[in-house]
Ligand binder design. Structure first.
Ligand code: ADP
Ligand code: MG
Length: 516
């Protein structure tokens, strides 16, 4: 020290407390005794909240729950011997749950004294959070608690950053997507690893744009709400597990909670796509068809990026349309898949705001209904409610010429043609050209097909309305946003989707009452 320097002395207890605080450890649960009373007091002085408990086991449960809920470990403070032994139950539980926690135990005095041991805090924080989270133990020698050290002697180690996020192998993600696409009875299982990785936003997008049903494990509940339309109700979970042919396992283990992934609760031939950040977990009890090693949130986002490429499917289109439609719009809908899937995905909130093919199942009613609704809105004065007409391409064809009527009267109807090149399904332009080369199309073209990529948008444009050709999510969103603000004239979005896009098992027909 230079003469005149003021020494700032710290005790070991203060140093422990400050180290924890530097690591963003905000909560400490424990039971004090010699030699760690001073540690608890110093923790409070450093701004850490200390909760005195009645048994170390409960203290450790509490600290590990903080770890699960916040992603940073809670601290558990115990005395040596019985204190630590009681805490062991909590440590084992935290390890099995993959929850980060740091247990600090005070033990007997040592003969020699160093400050270096406090380096162990950042290490313990890292070990508890990185890789598969779990419990860590730090043993504090009794004499270190009250030993003094000059602050200038301390090497401050900065806060350990949150764990690096790892992505799964790109090829494996592509394989997983193709396995999912061929599934007849797919199921997503959401575990507490998905909760821990905060995957809720990506997961919702994934489930809604893919149309897949999901089943939460006990602690996976709430990552997506239990009353979500794709949630397989508890009463049906047995069947969902048993009959699924492909299962996407997101942060859950095939242990007793999931009946080990084995018969009689599971199909012996079920293909598991396993997503976990712990490599050792892969293949426990069931060998996965595809193993995706990485963070759930990151892997789900990767999967989304792959499957939401062009062409879109019905679920992707309706997911985005439903996000943009005003609450009070009048929805007119007709078509086969378009009307069926639209009924489950486009919500109504008000009476008499939905008109569709009706009792007689009539196709071609949509544009007439829309003209009626728009005429009524106009006679009610100012802008009024939006009239949105969601049409299959075949259904649109029955009365498509009525767009001229809409243009003639400047009725600002928004028409969305969900165009799959046919009735129920169609073919892509390339296949169509191949077929045309092979012979007379009237002999070989499947009767369900319509002209691939027909430009219905240009029909609207021909009369002065606004036509949009839409292939991507971005184009869909921007065209719909523009149409919904245009009150001068009608718009038509010609949304080209995958011609083989079909209705997914999203109504879970294999899980209906009659099968129970
Ligand atoms: P549940 O009880 O809901 O079935 P488990 O505890 O059995 O869940 O499984 C959770 C799995 O999640 C563990 O295998 C763990 O390695 C994994 N996990 C934890 N956090 C993440 C994460 N961020 N990303 C991927 N997997 C994770
Ligand atoms: Mg589990």
């Amino acid at each position: 020290h230079l003469p005149g320097d003021v020494m700032e002395e710290l005790t070991g207890a203060q140093l422990i407390a400050e180290s924890l605080k530097t690591q963003n450890v905000e909560y400490m649960f424990g039971i004090v005794g010699v030699p760690i009373i001073e540690v608890a007091m110093a923790a409070q002085a450093a701004g850490i909240k200390y909760v005195g408990m009645r048994n170390e086991q409960a203290a450790c449960y509490a600290a590990s729950a903080v770890g699960y809920l916040t992603g940073r470990p809670g601290a558990c403070l115990v005395v040596s011997g019985p204190g630590l032994i009681h805490a062991l139950g909590g440590m084992a539980n935290a390890n099995m749950n993959c929850w980060p926690v740091i247990v600090i135990g005070g033990s007997s005095d040592r003969n020699q004294e160093t400050a270096g041991a406090f380096q162990e805090f950042p290490q313990a924080v890292r070990a508890s959070m990185y890789g598969r989270p779990g419990a860590c133990y730090i043993d504090i020698a009794g004499d270190m608690v009250n030993a003094k050290v000059d602050r200038s002697q301390i090497r401050v180690v900065s806060c350990c950053p949150d764990p690096p996020v790892s992505l799964a192998d790109h090829g494996a993600v592509a394989e997983a997507v193709s396995v999912l696409k061929t599934a007849k009875r797919p199921l997503v299982i959401i575990g507490k690893g998905a909760a821990y990785s905060r995957a809720e936003t990506a997961l919702r997008e994934f489930v809604e744009t893919s149309g897949l049903p999901f089943l939460p494990t006990p602690m996976g509940k709430g990552v997506l709400p239990d009353d979500h339309p794709h949630c397989v109700a508890a009463a049906r979970s047995r069947l969902a597990l048993l009959q699924a042919d492909v299962i996407l396992l997101l942060g859950a283990r095939l242990n007793w909670i999931l009946h080990f992934g084995l018969p009689p609760r599971f199909d012996p031939n079920v293909k598991i796509i396993q997503v976990d950040l712990c490599a050792e977990e892969m293949g426990n009890n069931v060998r996965p068809a595809v193993a995706l090693l990485g963070d759930i949130n990151a892997v789900v986002t990767q999967t989304l990026a792959l499957q939401s490429t062009v062409p879109m499917n019905y679920y992707t289109v309706f997911h985005h349309v439903s996000q943009l439609l005003p609450h009070d719009c009048i929805i007119i809908s007709e078509g086969a898949n378009t009307m069926d899937i639209g009924r489950t995905m486009l919500n109504n909130y008000l009476p008499r705001h939905r008109l569709d093919a009706g009792t007689f199942g009539t196709m071609g009613v949509g544009l007439g209904f829309a003209i009626a609704a728009a005429t009524l809105e106009r006679s009610n004065g100012e802008k009024g409610r939006r009239i949105v007409c969601v049409e299959g391409d075949s259904a649109f064809g029955f009365s498509g010429m009525e767009v001229e009527t809409m243009c003639r009267y400047n009725l600002p109807v928004v028409i969305i043609v969900v165009n799959n090149n046919g009735i129920y399904s169609g073919v892509d332009p390339e296949t169509w050209r191949e077929m045309a080369k092979m012979g007379d199309l009237t002999s070989i073209a499947p009767p369900v097909t319509l002209l691939p990529e027909a430009r219905y948008d240009e029909v609207m444009a021909a009369f002065g309305g606004k036509g949009y050709l839409v292939r991507t999510v971005e184009e869909l969103r921007s065209a719909l946003e523009l149409s919904l603000t245009d009150w001068q004239r009608p718009s038509l979005l010609n949304v080209l989707i995958d011609p083989s896009s079909d209705r997914k098992q999203q109504e879970f027909p294999w899980l209906t009452r009659s099968n129970l």
